[in-house]
Design a protein around this ligand. Structure first.
Ligand code: FAD
Length: 469
């Protein structure tokens, strides 16, 4: 008998899940997507707040966004981005088009119920077998339907529910407060003095957009060192906000600034409002647990989560996560016992803490993502990624760090399993660390009370079967 696998969400992760479920004999996907189209985050809307059904707007996409990863690192391993486009950093509309083509290529749309909002997911245990009752609302008719599934894959995305920090005395502040989730384009900030709080991907990108129109952008962050790249002349860096005043903010370095707006680029919370308590999933301190390999609900292992890790190449990682989990669902691979999985999670968290990394960054994989992908590949008997993927990613980190204002004009071309070209120069292995010295790079100025920026480490790879590009 076919096993029904319910998939929550039709963004990149949900599409990838549907694609591999379909390819697995004995499994059949049902995807619920509350929007009327695939793409999730990549479906731009100028709207903010709530939609026509009263649901919060999902996408945090802004009008001018170009990807912060080159398309050469963004495609799924079995469906690369088209190479007829020379640019590597592409407009968000092109990523949406790519996902639409992916859905068409693998004939996924007949398996997606659009305009269906998942409201409740509940395990039902019978003779030690868990099935899942998934209750969804058809938004057009407001009718509620419950489907019983053999497994559930949660792909609801994690860049939707703004995280807003507590700022002392914020109630005194008379200016405008906005989270990057609601940022769409820079014109409302013309001639304004804007404090951008947070210097991760969105904070940096939005600061550069705002600088073109704003009077001043005050980039407030607690990164260990100041951004070393050149920045527009009207952007200045200060430490984190410690308190608000009526007309501005006080920062941890003792400075203060008047500001018309504070833009919170402070990230997003993991939320699963549809999971019944019996699912056994908790979110605490930015950790979703208990998840084995950041995927498997150890209490009910037929529930998996795709896309929890961050600071990764998402589509590549989704593909490994999905294939690993689908191998388990199809019976081609077994999982350890609950006790062993829980022990592995606790051990991993312990290792994480012993490196001095805050536990709230437990799901931040960064350079660990390659070992993580390789681990899933080896357990599930999948081909490994070619080394060029890690090489290119390492090169990007260096280029981005030194050339924040211009890195998106770089063009990359993968020329072999170990090599790629950047605007004409062929780069191999770790030599790319030296490929982009000088030009507009500024001098790194350290915050005096903090450690140095960690060195990029390069993990060695064995000769293993590889996906060829
Ligand atoms: P989403 O794309 O968020 O999809 C989740 C889907 O689930 C949505 O369609 C939503 O409608 C649906 N859903 C949620 N809850 C329910 C429910 N209860 N019932 C039914 N449906 C539901 N990644 C890159 O690789 N490169 C980049 O340059 C890049 N830039 C980014 C810029 C911004 C501003 C943001 C926010 C993210 C960026 N990302 C980038 C990360 C991006 O989020 C991932 O690439 C990826 O698209 C996430 O896919 P997902 O499927 O996990 O989530």
């Amino acid at each position: 008998m076919m096993k029904v696998v319910g998939v929550i969400g039709g963004g990149a992760a949900g599409l990838c899940a549907a694609r591999h479920i379909l390819a697995s004999p004995g499994l059949c996907p049902v995807v619920w997507e509350k929007a009327q189209q695939v793409g999730g985050t990549w479906v731009y809307t100028p709207q903010t707040g709530t939609d026509q059904h009263g649901l919060p707007i999902h996408s945090s996409m802004y009008e001018n966004l170009k990807t912060n990863l080159p398309k050469e690192l963004m495609g799924f391993p079995d469906y690369p981005f088209p190479t007829d486009e020379e640019d590597s950093f592409i407009h968000h509309t092109k990523v949406l088009k790519y996902l639409e083509r992916y859905a068409e290529h693998f004939n996924l749309k007949p398996h997606i119920k659009f305009g269906h909002n998942v409201e409740l997911v509940k395990p039902s245990v019978n003779d030690s077998k868990t099935s899942w009752e998934v209750t969804v609302v058809d938004l057009a008719t407001q009718t509620s339907i419950t489907t019983v599934c053999d497994a559930v894959i949660v792909c609801n995305g994690h860049y939707s529910v703004p995280r807003i920090p507590e700022v002392k005395d914020i109630e005194k502040y008379k200016g405008k407060q906005i989270h990057s989730h609601d940022y769409r384009e820079p014109s409302p900030y013309k001639d304004a003095r804007v404090v951008v709080l947070g210097a991760s991907a969105s904070g940096l990108d939005i600061s550069l957009e705002l600088a073109a129109v704003a009077k001043e952008v005050i980039l407030s962050h607690n990164l260990p060192i100041k951004i070393s790249s050149a920045l527009p002349p009207n952007v200045r860096q200060v430490r984190g906000v410690v308190a608000a005043k009526e007309d501005g903010f006080i920062f941890a370095d003792g400075s203060s600034a008047q500001a018309d707006v504070i833009m919170y680029c402070t990230g997003y919370d993991y939320t699963f409002p549809f999971l019944a308590q019996e699912c056994g999933i908790k979110v605490e301190n930015n950790i979703v647990q208990p998840l084995y390999k950041h995927i498997v609900n150890t209490t009910h292992p037929t529930m998996g989560f795709i896309g929890i890790p961050f600071q990764v190449c998402p589509f590549l990682l989704f593909d490994f996560q999905v294939q690993y989990f689908v191998k388990y669902l199809s019976g081609d691979m077994t999982l350890p016992s609950k006790k062993e999985m829980d022990h592995a999670v606790v051990t991993e968290m312990g290792e994480h803490s012993s490196k001095g990394i805050a536990l709230r960054h437990y799901h931040r994989l960064e350079q660990q993502q390659w070992l993580y992908n390789d681990d899933l590949a080896s357990l599930a008997g999948l081909p490994y990624l070619p080394p060029v993927v890690g090489h290119l990613h390492n090169a990007l980190r260096v280029i981005r760090k030194n050339h924040l204002m211009t890195y998106k004009t770089s063009c990359f071309k993968i020329t072999g399993p170990e090599s790629f070209e950047k605007s004409g120069s062929i780069l191999r292995g770790s030599t790319e660390r030296h490929c982009d010295s000088g030009v507009d790079s500024g001098v790194a100025e350290r915050h005096s009370d903090t450690p140095t920026f960690p060195e990029i480490t390069w993990h060695s790879r064995q000769t293993l079967p590889q996906i060829t590009f």
